[in-house]
Design a binder for this molecule. Structure first.
Ligand code: AHR
Length: 655
């Protein structure tokens, strides 16, 4: 992903005559706080078609006919011969299926439109499957992949169906790439077939798992080397009402036994309706844990704490009914960590993972606030801390980084000696620049901070006009230097949301954009990637004398640079991260104090653009992406130039 560009030694011109050259002095011999190995991670939610229609590689929408309109996503070839039925279904949670009775003419069958079309790569294999029952006669099922223009790209036939439900498989290989293909199934007579869980997956899923995840999307995540994965959200944990909260237990087992529910983002924004957005839970808790393992990321499940979304109904589970929610948490710990001999550990083992997942983090509620939250959190914590002191609990400080809800939550959670408090912030880029020093003054002995959701908003929160601009990315990078400098307090952080489908999003900005066949990382993505891949082990004290730094200059002159420094103990490298949001190339003096030898080469990973408004796109996916440069140096004091509108990570060996 990183492009390499070998440069000759950077020639540093002098600073403009009226401004002193900024100096960054790093105390290499005074290591400070240890940085959590899981510091920079991922926030995942099924928003913007993040799971169904996105990461979960299923290509058929409403495969189970369980949407409230059972034929949503499907178009009968002819109304006669297509019937939704519920008698003798596949199972109780999947109670609808379709009966297709063969006609002489016209043909009987259905077409599935996919998630805004079906994306097919020419020459690649696709796995069709369906649960089928013969309902009279001995019909043949024709399965076709059809292009947007109606051309058959691949076809196969299935026959000899048994009178009981049975799963059938077929492989198709379209010869042509198509972003908007469809799946057409036809029954040729005489006779009829019952069909359910009609499914199509690419053969090449992540790690080749049948019914698995989109490989190109997971590869984007793997490239980041994330420290943790928070799942399954987000407001989706809460639901509009408690009846459609996220219940992890319904997401286990065979896909056809996972009960589908409405996605909370289906009808959240009137300006971005998504009436066809449901949760199939094909990507369920087992798969999330498995993904964490694949990525080397700490699993961080977030559970409902007996509260529906406070932006919606705010429905509360009465305190006397909270035990079942707390039991869900205990059962989840057993599912993740218990031996295969336990009730829930055996469910994990039955799904193919006898070894524990070694979960250490657990979120109690997503974005909750007020006394109702505190009393619910306290009940969870009392039980969980006593039974599982090894699990660090994450609690919520509400939806904003500073308001009455935030202050109330922090005060109460401090009294309760909470482990880690989840702060959320969606704000203008200016907020992030202005708050780079936010954590310098936090109590070193109180709860730790998890900045669990943050993203600079180029226009306003929830505005459909927000864009992933370079300015937003630089604002986040500047803020992240502040988190890194305070790594003793801020233990973890994640940008939110993670994915956006270009044709099906509800929320913007997002870290990674995809469509049915393509994906690209935003400038914000590359900021996250650079921090994560250059995490370091300990913070190094850094003095930034830039003539404009906060506290050093008049208030009307903003700082020119934002920086942090860490040490990679294994490679003996000092890693310096510097943000220059200005339009000026800024020469700077770097002093690695306390070390005798440095270099001889500095590797600089530079993310830069020509203007603050620049963005990446499907057509220009790495317009803003890190480029690696080399600079030769003669010792621990050297000069370098920080390009305009840039974020630079400098790595230099120091002894
Ligand atoms: O990231 C989008 C939403 O923002 C999350 O679901 C929620 O926690 C927050 O309000």
């Amino acid at each position: 992903m990183l492009m390499t560009l070998a440069l000759a030694a950077t020639v540093v011109s002098g600073a403009p005559p009226h401004e002193p050259m900024p100096t960054l002095r790093v105390q290499t011999d005074r290591p400070g706080a240890r940085i959590n190995a899981a510091m920079w991670g991922l926030f995942f939610e099924d928003i913007n078609f993040g799971a169904d229609g996105g990461l979960y590689a299923e290509l058929v929408k409403n495969r189970s006919f369980e949407f409230p309109n059972p034929l949503m996503g499907w178009t009968p070839l002819h109304p006669a011969g297509v019937e939704i039925r519920q008698d003798a279904p596949l199972n109780d949670v999947n109670s609808h299926y379709v009966r297709v009775t063969a006609n002489e003419r016209p043909a009987s069958g259905l077409v599935n439109e996919g998630f805004r079309g079906i994306g097919l790569h020419g020459g690649k294999a696709y796995e069709f499957s369906a649960w089928i029952r013969a309902a009279g006669g001995s019909p043949v099922l024709t399965v076709e992949l059809v292009s947007g223009e109606g051309r058959v790209l691949a076809a196969t036939r299935l026959k000899n169906f048994s009178p009981g439900w049975k799963q059938y498989f077929a492989r198709l290989r379209p010869q042509q790439t198509d972003f908007k293909a469809q799946l057409r199934i036809q029954v040729q007579g005489p006779g009829a077939l019952d069909l359910d869980m009609v499914s199509l997956f690419p053969r090449d899923t992540w790690k080749g798992r049948r019914g698995g995840l989109r490989a190109d999307l997971v590869e984007m995540l793997a490239a980041m080397k994330p420290g943790f994965l928070r799942f399954p959200g987000g407001c989706i944990v809460e639901g509009r009402y408690l009846t459609n909260r996220y219940d992890w237990k319904t997401t286990l087992g065979a896909p056809e036994t996972r009960k589908l529910i409405i996605n909370r983002w289906n009808n959240e924004f009137r300006h971005r309706p998504a009436p066809d957005y449901y949760q199939s839970f094909g990507l369920g808790f087992f798969e999330y844990f498995q993904l964490c393992e694949d990525l080397g990321a700490e699993p961080m499940p977030i559970l409902n704490c007996g509260m529906a979304c406070q932006f919606n109904s705010g429905e509360l589970a009465p305190l006397e009914e909270l035990d079942s929610y707390i039991q869900d948490a205990l059962d989840l710990i057993e599912f993740a960590n218990g031996p295969a001999s336990t009730r829930w550990g055996s469910r994990r083992a039955a799904m193919g993972h006898p070894a524990p997942f070694c979960m250490k983090l657990l979120g109690i509620g997503n974005e909750q606030w007020g006394p109702q939250y505190i009393e619910r959190y306290a009940r969870f914590a009392r039980v969980l801390k006593q039974r599982h002191p090894e699990i660090q609990l994450i609690s919520s400080a509400g939806p904003a980084p500073a308001d009455d809800r935030f202050t109330f939550a922090w005060n109460k959670l401090r009294e309760l000696k909470a482990d880690i408090i989840d702060e959320h912030c969606y704000a203008a880029p200016k907020w992030f620049f202005d708050n780079v020093h936010r954590y310098d003054h936090y109590d070193r002995h109180g709860p730790k901070v998890f900045m669990g959701e943050y993203a600079a908003q180029s226009v306003a929160i929830a505005s459909p006009d927000n864009r992933n601009t370079l300015e937003c990315a630089l604002a986040e990078a500047a803020y992240m230097t502040g988190m890194e400098r305070n790594a003793d307090v801020v233990r973890m952080a994640s940008y939110a949301p993670l994915f956006g489908h270009a044709e099906a999003w509800q929320w913007t900005p997002n870290l990674i954009w995809c469509d049915n066949l393509r994906v690209y990382g935003t400038p914000n993505y590359y900021v996250q990637l650079l921090f994560s891949r250059n995490r370091g082990d300990v913070v190094l004290p850094l003095d930034l004398f830039d003539g404009n730094a906060t506290g050093a200059t008049p208030a009307d002159r903003p700082p020119r640079l934002f920086a942090s420094a860490v040490l990679d103990e294994r490679s003996h490298e000092v890693i310096l991260k510097v943000v220059n949001p200005s339009d000026q190339a800024t020469p700077a003096r770097i002093l690695l104090a306390g070390c005798a030898k440095a270099g001889p080469v500095v590797h600089a990973h530079v993310l830069r653009g020509r203007s603050l408004n620049e963005q990446n796109s499907f057509e220009d996916p790495i317009r803003i992406a890190p480029v690696t440069q080399r600079q030769r140096i003669n010792g621990p004091a050297f000069e370098t130039t920080l390009p305009p509108y840039s974020f630079t990570v400098l790595r230099v060996r120091a002894r």
